[in-house]
Design a binder for this molecule. Sequence first.
Ligand SMILES: Nc1nc2c(ncn2[C@@H]2O[C@H](COP(=O)(O)OP(=O)(O)OP(=O)(O)O)[C@@H](O)[C@H]2O)c(=O)[nH]1
Length: 554
Amino acid sequence: MRSIKSKIIVFSILATLIPSLGLGILSFQQNETMINENVTRELRALANYASRELELWIKEQNLTVRELATSKILIEGLSKDNQAQARKNKLKVQRKGLELYLQSVHKRLETVLELTVVDVEGGILASNVESPFPVKLSPDWPQDASIQGEVVAPPQWNADYATAVLSIAVPILSVDDFILGALIVTFDLRDIQSNLKDKIKSPPGDVLLLDKDGNVMLASDAAIVNPENPVSLDPAVIERLRNNPGEYEIFQGPRQEKVAGLAYMSEKPLITIIATRSHQLIYAFWEQQRNLFVGLISIIILVVAAIAFQMSHAIVVPLRRLIDATGKIVQGDLNVELTSMQRNELGQLTQMFNQMTNQLRLDQAKIEEASAAMQQKNALLETLSVTDSLTGLFNRNKLNAIINDQLARYERNKRPFSVLMIDVDHFKTLNDSLGHVAGDEIIAGIARKISQSIRNVDFAARFGGDEFIIILADTAISEALKTAERIRAHAASVHCSTISKTFKVTLSIGVIQSEPEDTSLTILLSRVDGALYEAKRSGRDRVYCVQPKSDSAT
Ligand SMILES: Nc1nc2c(ncn2[C@@H]2O[C@H](COP(=O)(O)OP(=O)(O)OP(=O)(O)O)[C@@H](O)[C@H]2O)c(=O)[nH]1
């Protein structure tokens, strides 16, 4: 059986927990959605900014290269006459002159790593370095270059320079717009690193430039790029990001921490720009709020549980006391008194319980009193039901019961009892001459004499009119005879106060001892009546004793 207390506590906790958790989860989901939208917006802004900056930077470098390609030294150096002259003389002077020029330009431009001049077929004519970085021009380069003006090779990692590089090839045109060759300039991409993010306007996060293999070539934070061993991201992640540009996902970032990031694809040059932001920083506030919420909920639940415990305690303890007290009453103990300081329904209930108990005690006292009176009356009634009202001796009914009882005992233990039947001689004469009232007094007087003449274990009953029967328990005929004589002697004179006279009264007494033939009350009474008859017949004022079968009658 689950107690009320535990039910109240469980209900209170659930009633607090369910709405709080429901609202909390809803609110956190909304916050999370908002955070995700903000993160997407910020990451897109970051990637867009970097992309724009990269585009501008490339345009700027294009202009530089284009300007250099119009140099008179280059045009003349590549003119057909000079080329033919140089080949004919097998002179390297022409190449040397170009190299010196390129070296002087290189010194002026900090972001330039290499400057190389190639002929129309792509053959290297001169460079500012001994072994220039191989830039592969496409087979249809001359046409492309003449139409588009330049060819930009996709950015890539250069192990020799330990940096990301970008090469731009611009045609060198003769004065009559004939393509003489090309100037290929390789730039150090680190030049744009500080511009990938605007220190003030850009949202927090990192911008990464990846090569086609997914290696981080450049990052807005230089610390991310490892010149010895370029960091690479999970190819599967890059694949997904490239397939869903502008959509962010969570993955392991270059700093080996969880980041949210999205990709932006640039076509020219072919480059992947990834904007990332630390997952921990994005959700730090959200997680702080969540922890605060969980803490608050825990405290509220503890407080609610404590209040519920207190409340249920205040209900259950008085109830338990009422139950215990009721149990005592059920077992008949009405000495129960409860105290209650509460001024609520339970206090009222306790008060009413005490009133009820008081009332029960009063009722029980009345019942006990009535019961005692009833018992007294019953005892009186019982006495009256077995007593003759005139003499106070047993009445005929009781006599029958006594005789039956004695017969049963005799049958069991074979110890004989004796019966005396007594009749007042000539009582009719007394009655007629003295009156009925005096007659009654004489009957009562004789009864008293009989009572005084027998033992406590013997029974005396009024058989009817002026006749009495005495049962002498466990008494043989010889003792019975003595008792009969004693009674006869005692009753010789009886005082009648009604007429203030003492009369000589004689009694005739028949005596028998129980015999095995006495199988019923009727047989026994018939035999003793016979004995009395014999006493009367033989002259009255005497005892006639029927000797048991072995003896002769007296
Ligand atoms: N006063 C009084 N008389 C009673 C009562 N019951 C019976 N009697 C009278 O008692 C008398 C009994 O008389 P019997 O026993 O028949 O005759 P007896 O005169 O005693 O003569 P024997 O018995 O032959 O000696 C009758 O007159 C009855 O009316 C009683 O309760 N009170």
